[in-house]
Design a protein around this ligand. Structure first.
Ligand SMILES: Nc1ncnc2c1ncn2[C@@H]1O[C@H](COP(=O)(O)OP(=O)(O)OP(=O)(O)O)[C@@H](O)[C@H]1O
Length: 234
């Protein structure tokens, strides 16, 4: 059976024109199949965040093609792209962007309510499920500002999972955490990959994190210089 292609980048290039014309991405091509756990690494400034911004449909100014779930993301209105993001992509950033005036549960529910697919009760039930799965069900009714940094990142992961996304995209999800919490968050990603076959694309500086994913894409000066199954690294 052919594995489903969740995301395809075809000849993606991007340049910034201010103040000088600089090519930041150059002919980036790869596919991500369902169930892959992919890390993207490379030196600071090599274009990782710029690429992730394009792949997540937030930046629409580039050359080449982005396909998500078999659909070409070109000439689409912002509201259509927002719908694709909300339905198919779960985001985990370096900073969690939780709303501090809301409870943990309400934060996790937000993208679920925005999707407008499930009743409020169902969204709440799903949010509780995700929190419990990540071992933080007991925090549900706490104010999101009154939990630790590591807990905040786990809440952000629960929030990213609320709509059962096709792919989770992370930009330095352990970048702001100490070693212990980084490892905990990594273990969660690993469990999502192994137990739930969750497709993930994670940009990271952390090579020990990257070594434990299933595939590593290495970038240099806006190009992919290596794209290997991680077992090849050891
Ligand atoms: N809006 C912009 N205008 C001009 N140049 C930009 C802009 N955004 C990024 N760049 C340049 O594009 C290049 C790639 O930046 P990008 O943030 O994608 O790198 P990165 O690999 O994610 O770096 P880091 O690991 O430090 O986050 C850098 O040289 C950066 O200075």
């Amino acid at each position: 059976m052919m594995e489903k292609i969740v995301l395809a980048a075809r000849h993606i290039s991007k340049e910034f024109a201010d103040p000088l014309r600089v090519k930041v991405l150059s002919d980036v091509c790869f596919e991500i199949k369902a169930g892959e756990f992919v890390s993207v690494t490379g030196k600071s400034g090599c274009g990782k965040s710029t690429l992730l911004y394009i792949l997540s449909t937030m930046d629409t100014v580039y050359e080449g093609e982005l396909w998500i779930d078999g659909q070409l993301m070109k000439n689409r209105k912002e509201e259509q792209l927002a719908q694709v993001r909300n339905e198919k992509i779960g985001f985990v950033f370096q900073f969690h962007y939780l709303l501090k005036e809301f409870t943990v549960l309400q934060n996790v529910m937000l993208p679920g309510l925005k999707l407008n697919k499930y009743s409020k009760q169902e969204v709440e039930h799903r949010a509780m499920e995700k929190l419990t799965m990540l071992g933080i069900g007991d925090l549900a009714l706490k104010n999101a500002n009154h939990v630790s940094g590591g807990e905040k990142q786990r809440i952000a992961i629960a929030r990213a999972l609320i709509n059962d996304p096709m792919i989770i995209m992370g930009d330095e999800p352990t970048g702001n955490l100490d070693k212990k919490n980084s490892e905990l968050v990594f273990e969660i990603f690993k469990r999502l990959a192994e137990e739930y076959n969750q497709t993930m694309l994670i940009v990271t500086h952390d090579t020990s994190f990257a070594r434990k994913t299933s595939r590593n894409i290495e970038m240099e000066d806006g190009q992919i210089i290596n794209d290997i199954a991680v077992t090849d690294l050891v």
